[in-house]
Design a protein around this ligand. Structure first.
Ligand SMILES: [Fe+2]
Length: 701
């Protein structure tokens, strides 16, 4: 089977400015990562032997990408090159405004010479499964584990060392959005003959309050994206991401302050910033209680060069409150510093949807209003109408030098970037004030939407699968990977390069790269996309995107055969997908984490540790949920190793980090939790005061 790739031109040219688009945003928001779309049931091919995926490629019995019908066997150098060629697709740059597709011939040139000491051999990826979304993605055991992972197939690389961390939400199992759940951290310890795994719940103060109030009038309940108690306030489930601060480690959440953990025990040690140092994002009138909701963004940035942590704290427009957008800076020891972000006329740089990520370069901060659109009412009314995100991304550019001690505001430049999304990063270097932004778009997708009990599929009107309630809705279009050059001083967009791939870029979700901090100039960024399947596109969301302005695939032409998720390396210099691995049917791959090979320094000299979730129970010693390890220099050949344990039961895992070594926390920073809640409890009932005194404070001595 030969591959045919659609190529089009998406050169937007120079000089677009903040005036390019007018504001047409609505809603406010919270976060979720992109959608784990795997493969479809009724809309799929039915799986079976051969596991046909789509017109763009086939999977052999081992699940390796076979980019062309006559390709050599998986792992074979020829097969790898073919797969790379197959995964290359629609890329255009400023120099090729009339791109005709011919540059895809360059893809094969991107094949790297195989180093002599490259890892060899790949794992058997298991049986061919049905092309359907695994139901286990919305289920996970709550047990905290201390287990030894076993090698199921392949070999554990001997130069894979250090500690890989992964975080996830534990689904409540009641159809609630699956990323609204208690955080659970996983740590894999490499370097020995076996791989110990430790998992622990993210036990924030509200975690204890939640469990202690179960069954009482103060009990928490799920309301779509939030979990709240009518009297106690809102949960900070700390389930989304890590921020590594050298030998320290934070866990984060979009709707709450970060918390610091001990990397050895995974115990929550302290919040970052006192309650009084964070502004409440929803008035107490609407969400009362001592556990205030403070929207913060799940991806603060730690600058290893300066020792500064940058975060945000914002509130969207809600009746009875004034919207605010603040930058928060922390030195890891003292009080938080804070600046309100305003535009040149003094108006607030208002966030209309939500902020999930902050970008930091040497001289600039970039805040982005991202595509998690949630009607404010959804915080309060579980079945409030859905709201389509803005199709454009509003960003605010702030000069770091303008964050001056003693001032309370900082002025930002506003810029609109066509197409929406949530995850982006910046080159750390910004020569001559030019910012390079790398953006995984979620065109036509709202990662804050999930399968609800009254939802029907968009393709056939059938009820959505009852065993997938809570699952994220998939995209309504193929998605774009973007690289942008921005004049940081003028706040203008100078150059745009977009690439999309009709196989690989359906819902790019989570990325990784070498280093815990961004490099001076990115060369490679690894992404995992979650694919497309009609069984995860609800009529509710389909209708929201009926008039999506940047559509590449007409709604009527969306694939009828599922698109598998793909692990791929984006060469951000050439803006080509240089290497890719198609996830076998019936499986969801997520949470890639780059782990450098011991003693190596290259951006591809490492491994990608990923989670893999399936419903397959046929492989001895596997629960169906596993960790797969890839050679970062050769994804196409498939995983080198599969790790598993019968007790491992993963849900949808989110973000990750890696530490070369871990040690007992020695930092002295600590918010006294009893003092922290004193003001909030002062007006509460004795019952609530007693609950905190007996069930929360003893855990934070
Ligand atoms: Fe994220």
């Amino acid at each position: 089977m030969s591959k045919i790739h659609r190529r089009d031109v998406l050169k937007l040219g120079a000089g677009l400015s903040g005036a390019f688009l007018v504001e047409n945003l609505s809603g406010c928001g919270n976060q979720t990562p992109a959608d784990p779309g795997a493969v479809g049931g009724a809309g799929g091919t039915g799986g079976g032997a051969g596991g046909l995926v789509d017109a763009g490629g086939t999977l052999d019995a081992s699940g390796m990408i076979d980019g062309a019908a006559d390709a050599a066997s998986p792992g074979d150098a020829g097969a790898t090159a073919d797969a790379r060629d197959a995964s290359d697709a629609t890329s255009e740059t400023a120099s090729k405004p009339d791109g005709d597709g011919s540059s895809s011939d360059d893809a094969g040139k991107d094949t790297d010479a195989k180093p002599e000491d490259a890892p060899t051999g790949t794992a058997d990826t298991g049986p061919t499964l049905m092309t359907r979304t695994p139901a286990s993605i919305v289920k996970a055991r709550r047990d905290e584990l201390d287990i030894e992972l076993r090698v199921l197939s392949g070999r554990l690389p001997t130069d894979l060392t250090g500690h890989a961390f992964m975080i996830a939400a534990l689904p409540w199992g009641d159809g609630t959005l699956m990323v609204n759940g208690d955080g659970i951290m996983y740590r894999l310890d490499f370097g020995g003959a076996t791989v110990p795994l430790k998992s622990r719940h993210a036990k924030t103060p509200c975690y204890y309050a939640d469990h202690a109030s179960t069954g009482t009038a103060n009990a928490f309940k799920n309301a779509g994206l939030v979990r709240f108690s009518p009297t106690l306030g809102t949960r900070n489930e700390a389930n989304t991401a890590f921020v590594r601060m050298k030998d320290r480690l934070l866990i984060t959440f979009d709707a709450g302050r970060p918390h610091e953990i001990d990397p050895t025990t995974l115990d929550v040690v302290t919040p970052v910033g006192a309650v009084s140092e964070w502004k409440r994002s929803i008035p107490e009138l609407f969400l009362p209680g001592p556990l205030a909701i403070s929207m913060s963004g799940a991806h603060p940035f730690f600058d290893e060069n300066t020792g500064e942590l940058f975060a945000v704290n914002y509130g969207t427009a809600i009746p009875g409150s004034v919207p605010f957008t603040d930058i928060v800076r922390w030195d890891g020891q003292g009080k938080l510093e804070r600046w309100s972000v305003v535009l040149s006329g003094g108006a607030t740089a208002e966030i209309k949807q939500s902020m999930h990520q902050i970008g930091v370069s040497q001289d600039y901060l970039v805040l982005m209003d991202c595509a998690f659109a949630i009607a404010p009412l959804q915080f309060l009314i579980p079945n409030a109408p859905s709201v389509a995100p803005s199709p454009d991304s509003v960003i605010y550019i702030v000069k770091r030098a303008d964050l001056k001690a003693g001032s309370t505001t900082v002025t930002a430049k506003k810029l609109v970037i066509p197409r929406e999304g949530a995850h982006f990063t910046l080159d750390y270097e910004n020569p001559s004030g030019l910012i390079t932004m790398h953006f995984g778009h979620n065109d036509g997708a709202d990662p804050a939407e999930w399968l609800r009990i009254d939802d029907v599929r968009s393709d056939n009107g059938a009820a959505v699968r009852s065993d997938l309630l809570g699952m994220l809705v998939t995209t309504s279009d193929v998605n774009s990977m973007g690289r942008y050059t921005i004049d940081g001083e003028a706040g203008t967009l100078l150059d745009t390069t977009l690439v999309h791939d009709m196989d690989a870029t359906w819902l790019p979700a989570i990325y990784t790269h070498r280093g815990s901090m961004t490099p001076g100039r990115f060369e490679d960024i690894y992404w995992v996309s979650l694919g497309y399947t009609a069984e995860l596109l609800t009529k509710r969301v389909y209708d929201l995107y009926a008039n999506y302005p940047y559509r590449k695939v007409p709604l009527a032409s969306l694939p009828t055969t599922p698109k598998q998720g793909t692990l791929f390396r984006l060469d951000v210099v050439t803006m080509k997908i240089a290497d890719a691995y198609r996830v076998p049917a019936g499986r969801i791959l997520s949470s890639p984490q780059f782990v450098p090979r011991a003693g190596k320094t290259g951006t591809r000299e490492g491994y990608l540790v990923c989670s893999m979730v399936s419903d397959d129970l046929s492989w001895p010693s596997s629960s169906g949920d596993e960790f797969w390890i890839f050679d970062a220099a050769n994804l196409a050949q498939g995983p080198l190793c599969r790790l598993a344990h019968p007790d491992l039961d993963l849900g949808f895992t989110l973000h990750t980090t890696w530490m070369d070594a871990i040690a007992k926390r020695t930092a002295t920073y600590r918010i006294p939790v009893r003092d922290d809640f004193a003001a909030g409890l002062a007006t509460q009932t004795q019952e609530i005061k007693t609950l905190f005194e007996n069930e929360v404070f003893p855990h934070f001595p």
